[in-house]
Structures are given as structure tokens and as C-alpha cells.
Design a protein around this ligand. Structure first.
Ligand code: NAD
Length: 480
């Protein structure tokens, strides 16, 4: 039996106790408690914001290069800690060890990317004529609240925290109650090198999140999570007209063109749909295939998914792990059952790993579904689980109309061997990102911003656009 972690809050450079504690259970072995976490309330949110406000004056005066040095050193410490944190992360969010290692390593890589980018980005832009002098300067926004989900907590937090701190803001992070332990431990390595109060962590759920989003001393809230909560964050932030960044859900369409090479497309697309049991904001969530190649594609997709093994995250055999909670598993199962009742074929594929205690966790096998109407529930909602609808289309125009016929607009993909044509189709899709012949960020270069259009959010993360989310441009103009 692995030891149960105690997870404190961090307020003003000190570990802080809550008004009680809550437990984090292992989604793969639900009887096991992974961590006991100090549960914050409104008073703790207030104290964390006050600590961040107090630390702000000094941190923003610290030269940008010095801030970058501190974050760079912290990235080294985080990297050294990553190996030990991966199993803890898998045990709290159910991901495989590979998924957890990637989350930790990419989180650190993001910090380094921002360290490299920040000094140039933050340098003032000046212009001068005989009569005028102008300086456009990047000032920090102030106290920033970062409210994050459980599925890739390290990457999703670092894509906010890196630019926020480097730009001179002070921060309160609110992790998800479902996976707060590895993230808090990671943040402790960062906080240890920062002046007290620059980085604070408060635990708790909706009440604490709402308090931060509404707090009059918080100048910006950056949120990653569901569309429904994103709306509430935006409403709460309206009180003092906070800046808001929202990275929300998606219903990513994959359009397979009639010249697609199935040897390439099927395994990549399948991975894009089922990694982390489909619990990724930009997973492939629906697939559109030309009618004349539909049957072949469907069989190939089913054959690939049938090779998958579902099991405990720490089991090296597992292709993917459990869903995050019994409620989520039942919700996804309900979507599949209603699709079946409506006359669709729901093909359950793959098999459990040899070692898994199936009933002890929230496991679901991968399923591929055909025979749905284009506006069926499973096609229209973000399923956020391993049940993938595949639908035929008549021509490119119809495929693009299907892809765009949603309030979501996070990512998407187009698959074809004529890449000029595929890129042409990609341009017609309403999304923050469209991949051609892939559907993942593994080959992500630092030059690619990430974020959604329409109901999938506001703003962009990564790149200079990600830094821009955490600054106010201050124009200073002198007339001689
Ligand atoms: P969630 O919206 O339930 O929770 C996210 C965070 O918000 C958690 O910290 C939670 O405690 C907090 N929260 C919950 N209710 C709140 C409220 N009323 N006010 C303020 N804060 C509140 O999301 P989740 O279940 O943790 O994550 C799954 C969702 O997140 C999916 O929809 C997924 O697509 C989306 N997501 C998006 C991205 C992206 O980059 N666009 C990345 C990962 C996940």
C-alpha cells in the first residue's frame, strides 16, 4: 500500500491548513485514498489574494531577466522532481505513466520556452521623431487567478503560470479537487525559489473558484475547464471587469478526405481519439468519412481500437486508464446506451489488461459507433470519454458544414495525401487549430498557439500570444 500524501495549501510562502480536509481517490482503484488535501474556503481565497497583492509591488519591480533566471532554475528543480511525481499523478487522475511523464516533462519544457521568449517580448518598443518620443511597455496585470482542471494539470497550469510570473504578475492557483496532489508538489518546487506570496495555492471546488473569479483584488482570471463553468467564471469576473482567458471544451471533428492513406490515418486518428480514455479537450470527438470509403475506414478503425488494452495507469500494458470518476463513466456509458437505443451500432472493442481489477475502478472499453444521425446526441455533445462516433459524408462541402455545425471550435483535423487540398479544407474549419494528418500536440513547436474559437474559449496559450494574455500595454508618449 502506497503512503497517503498530505497536501497543504501554500499561502504567503507558508504551508496552510484548511477548514477541513478532502480525500483524493484513485480512479483505477477507487477504494484507495491517494491524498488528503487541506480544503480551502472563502477566507483562504482572501488570504491568498492578499498575499499575492502584497508580493506584487516587489515582484513587478524585479528586472525581467532576474525573474527569468529564477523560473529557469525552478524549471531545473521541477524536472528533477518529475520522475518521482509521475506515479502520483497517474494514481490521482488515472492516466498511464507515459501520459503522466509527458505532462510533467512538457510542463517543464513550456516553462523553459517562456523563459527564452519573455525578455525579448517584454522589452519596450520605442519610437522617436524630432518632436515626439513613444514607449510602449508591457506592464503586469496584477494578481492573477489560475483555475485548472485535472486531466493534464501540469501542462495546463504551466502554460498559464510561466507567462504570468515572467511578466511580473503574482498568482493564486486553484487546482482541481480531483487531481491536486502532483500539481501542488510541483508548484512547491517553484514557490521555494520565489519571494513569499508570488505563487500561492488554494484548494477547494466551485466555491473557491467563484470567490477567486469574483474577487475585486484579482485583475485577471485564466481558466481551463468545461464550457458551463467557463460561463460562470466570465459572469463572476464581470464585477470588476477582470481580464478573462478561457480554455474550454471541444468537439473536435476529424475529416477524412477520399484520398487519405488509411495506413497512416487510422492509427494516428485512433490515438488522437482514445489517449487518456478520450478525456482530452482536443481529442478527436467525431469522425467524418466519405461515403464510398466508409465501410473500409470503419473496419480499419475498429481493428485498431480492438488492439487496445484498458487497465490501471501504472500497468505498463495499459493503452489507457480509467475515467476520472464513477459519475463520468456512467455519463459516457449513458451516451453510448442512448445511441444504441436510437438504432446505432455501438461496437465495444479492445480488452482489459491481465492485471486490472476491473470493478475496482471506473473503466470503460473503447467503443466505435456508426449509424447515427448527424445531429445525434453523441455527435453534438463533448463526450469526453472513449466512445467515438463515425459518420459518412457526401462531399467536402457537407463535411465542412458538419465540422462547423457546433458551438465548439477548439481543434480539428483533416486527413489526405493531397496536402494542398487538405490544407484548403483546414482553412474552412472554424477552430483555433487544425492539424493535417495528425491530431495531437506531440510534435508541437513553440510557434503554435493554442486556444478555441466560438464556445471553446477566449484567448490563446503558448507563444508570444500566451505572454500577451498576462500584460497590459502601457503607452508613454512625450511631446517635446
Ligand atoms: P470543470 O470545469 O469541472 O473544472 C475545472 C476547474 O474549475 C476545477 O479546478 C474546478 O474545481 C473549478 N470549478 C468548478 N466549478 C466552478 C465554478 N462554478 N466556479 C469556478 N471554478 C469552478 O472541468 P474538469 O472536469 O476539471 O475538466 C474537463 C473539462 O475541461 C472538459 O470540458 C475539457 O474539454 C476541458 N478542458 C479544456 C482544455 C483546453 O485547453 N481547452 C484542457 C483540458 C480540459
Amino acid at each position: 500500500m502506497t503512503a497517503v500524501r498530505h497536501v497543504p495549501m501554500l499561502i504567503g510562502g507558508e504551508e496552510a491548513a484548511g477548514r477541513g480536509v478532502f480525500e483524493v481517490r484513485d480512479p483505477g482503484r477507487a477504494r484507495e485514498v491517494v491524498a488528503v488535501v487541506e480544503d480551502g474556503g472563502l477566507g483562504h481565497a482572501d488570504a491568498a489574494v492578499a498575499a499575492a497583492a502584497c508580493a506584487g509591488a516587489r515582484w513587478k519591480r524585479t528586472p525581467g531577466e532576474e525573474r527569468a533566471l529564477v523560473i529557469s532554475k525552478a524549471a531545473d528543480d521541477c524536472e528533477a522532481a518529475a520522475g518521482a511525481l509521475a506515479p502520483l499523478l497517474s494514481r490521482e487522475n488515472g492516466g498511464t505513466l507515459t501520459e503522466s511523464r509527458m505532462d510533467l516533462l512538457r510542463g517543464t519544457a513550456l516553462l523553459r520556452d517562456f523563459v527564452a521568449l519573455a525578455p525579448g517580448f517584454l522589452a519596450p518598443r520605442t519610437a522617436e521623431t524630432g518632436t515626439h518620443w513613444l514607449s510602449v511597455e508591457k506592464a503586469p496585470v496584477g494578481v492573477v487567478a489560475l483555475i485548472v482542471p485535472w486531466n493534464s494539470p501540469i501542462v495546463l497550469t504551466m502554460s498559464k503560470l510561466g507567462p504570468a510570473l515572467l511578466a511580473g504578475n503574482t498568482v493564486v492557483v486553484k487546482p482541481s479537487v480531483l487531481a491536486p496532489a502532483a500539481l501542488t508538489e510541483y508548484l512547491r518546487h517553484l514557490a521555494a525559489l520565489l519571494p513569499p506570496g508570488v505563487l500561492n495555492v488554494v484548494h477547494g471546488d466551485a466555491e473557491v473558484g467563484q470567490a477567486l473569479a469574483a474577487h475585486p483584488a484579482v485583475r485577471k482570471v485564466s481558466f481551463t475547464g468545461s464550457v458551463a463553468v467557463g460561463r460562470q467564471i466570465m459572469a463572476a469576473a464581470a464585477g470588476n471587469l477582470k481580464k478573462v482567458s478561457l480554455e474550454l471544451g471541444g468537439n473536435d471533428a476529424a475529416i477524412v478526405l477520399d484520398d487519405a492513406d488509411f495506413d497512416v490515418a487510422v492509427p494516428r486518428l485512433c490515438q488522437g481519439a482514445f489517449t487518456r480514455a478520450g478525456q482530452i479537450c482536443f481529442a478527436v470527438k467525431r469522425v467524418y468519412v466519405p461515403r464510398r470509403r466508409f465501410a473500409e475506414f470503419y473496419e480499419r478503425l475498429c481493428a485498431t481500437a480492438d488492439g487496445y488494452r484498458v487497465g490501471y495507469g501504472l500497468d505498463e500494458q495499459a493503452t489507457f486508464g480509467p475515467l476520472i470518476s464513477a459519475r463520468e463513466r456512467d455519463r459516457v456509458r449513458g451516451l453510448a446506451e442512448r445511441a444504441r437505443s436510437a438504432g446505432a451500432e455501438v461496437r465495444e472493442l479492445g480488452r482489459p489488461t491481465d492485471a486490472v481489477d476491473w470493478d475496482a475502478g471506473h473503466y470503460l472499453l473503447p467503443a466505435v459507433v456508426r449509424g447515427l444521425e448527424p445531429d445525434a446526441e453523441l455527435v453534438a455533445v463533448e463526450q469526453f470519454g472513449p466512445v467515438l462516433p463515425v459518420l459518412p459524408y457526401r462531399d467536402e462541402d457537407q463535411a465542412v458544414a458538419f465540422a462547423n455545425g457546433t458551438e465548439y471550435g477548439l481543434a480539428s483535423s483533416v486527413w489526405g495525401t493531397d496536402t494542398d487540398r487538405a490544407i484548403g479544407v483546414a482553412r474552412r474549419i472554424e477552430a483555433g487549430a487544425t492539424f493535417v494528418n495528425s491530431h495531437n500536440l506531440s510534435s508541437l513547436s513553440f510557434d503554435m498557439p493554442f486556444g478555441g474559437v466560438k464556445g471553446s474559449g477566449l484567448g490563446r496559450e503558448r507563444t508570444a500570444l500566451g505572454l500577451q494574455e498576462y500584460v497590459e500595454d502601457h503607452a508613454i508618449r512625450l511631446v517635446r
